[in-house]
Design a protein around this ligand. Structure first.
Ligand code: ACO
Length: 339
């Protein structure tokens, strides 16, 4: 059976930056609170009118270039913030990248979307339905948070990251171990945007109109924190066992950059010293689905992730949904620093 092998990577951050000082100048918060509670200092944000596809196209272009050019048989866009509810965003990205009329679809698994996307790409390749797949994780989360809610607006930034996968052997560097995935819908309300879906639409009669605030992202931070640590640790153990590794064999932990304290708790639970952890949370904050591919791209560019490193990926988000996967980092052409 063919495995999915990473042969190209790219990422993109929009140029506009919002610092903790910018946020404290207009909200009841402080640089000290944000840094000590989250580990974040800076986030990149899209300009008004820009959308997820604008980020995704740039990251996709860079990943294709890193893979040496050429087309793909399928494009998967993992995102929480599609440009529009209808149509899906992926076909437009494929067209803008000049990829022709092959399969292109959106995948929704919140912040675990990149791992669900890897699983999907691996499945297409294993089934012989695709030989090369472009997987993009992109989110413009700042378009969805309430700009006046200090509890959420400080947490998020916008970004996109992408990988090109080709059919190959399971023992090649870059081959993805089939991801361990999980979900728990009994906790769906912990992380949500109440309005905009079929449950609460703006086309409803006046008596059933959603509250104006329901268009914004909401999260029960404290509860989410607890589940994030538990699920990422558990999935990580399973993925490492499935790969036939021990946790001590892993050179780099690449975990969803949701909160530095969550990362510390997961690392502590799994026994990872700081030098074995990758992190860019201070510079980009939580970029949702883009978090993992952006972290891989940044770490490969700054040399903290090198060819031959055994990598453990893990992520957690709304749904609830989570996952973990392993791979040995391949020898890719050095990617340009972003943006
Ligand atoms: N500045 C100052 N004070 C604040 C801010 C802020 N920006 N935000 C909240 N506070 C206050 C609260 O109002 C509260 O005040 P009170 O004690 O007077 O009521 C106090 O700080 C503590 O609030 P908590 O919510 O308990 O703070 P906590 O330490 O839990 O940190 C946070 C909040 C950062 C959201 C944390 O809970 C967290 O990171 N949770 C998990 C997030 C996560 O896992 N996300 C991943 C999935 S979702 C996704 O990635 C899309």
């Amino acid at each position: 059976m063919k495995s999915a092998v990473i042969v190209g990577i790219g990422s993109y951050l929009p140029p506009t930056v919002v610092t903790n000082a910018d946020l404290s100048a207009r909200l009841d918060t402080s640089d000290e609170w944000i840094r000590t509670r989250t580990g974040m200092s800076v986030r990149h944000v899209v300009e008004p009118g820009d959308a997820t596809s604008d980020l995704a196209v740039e990251a996709g272009r860079r990943a294709l270039a890193s893979a040496g050019g050429g087309g793909v048989d399928a494009l998967i866009l993992a995102t929480t913030t599609p440009d529009r509810q209808v149509p899906p965003t992926a076909p437009e990205i494929a067209t803008r990248l000049g990829l022709g009329t092959g399969a292109a679809f959106d995948l929704s698994a919140a912040c675990a979307g990149f791992l669900y996307g890897l699983s999907c790409a691996a499945g297409l390749i294993a089934a012989g339905a695709a030989r090369r797949v472009l997987l993009i994780g992109a989110d413009a989360f700042t378009t969805m948070v309430d700009p006046d809610d200090r509890a959420t607006v400080v947490l998020f930034g916008d970004a996109a990251g992408a990988v090109v996968l080709r059919a190959g052997r399971a023992d090649e560097p870059g081959a993805i171990g089939m991801p361990v995935l999980g979900s728990d819908g009994s906790l769906a309300d912990l992380i949500q945007v109440p309005a905009g879906g079929s449950r609460s639409r703006s086309t409803a009669p006046p008596s059933k109109q959603p509250d104006p605030g329901d268009v914004y992202f909401r999260m029960n931070g404290r509860e989410t924190f607890r589940h994030a640590v538990c699920r990422m640790s558990e999935a990580s153990r399973q993925a490492v066992e499935q790969a036939g590794w021990d946790l001590a064999d892993v050179d780099r932990l690449c975990a969803h950059q949701a909160n530095l304290r969550i990362l510390a708790a997961v690392a502590d639970e799994l026994g990872f010293a700081p030098e074995r952890q990758l992190s860019n949370i201070a510079e980009v904050a939580n970029t949702a689905v883009a978090s993992l591919p952006t972290l891989l791209a940044h770490s490969a560019a700054d040399g903290s992730l090198r060819a031959g490193h055994r990598v453990l990926l893990t992520a957690f988000g709304g749904g609830l949904s989570w996952g973990a996967a392993t791979l040995t980092w391949p020898d890719l052409p050095r990617t340009a620093p972003t943006p």
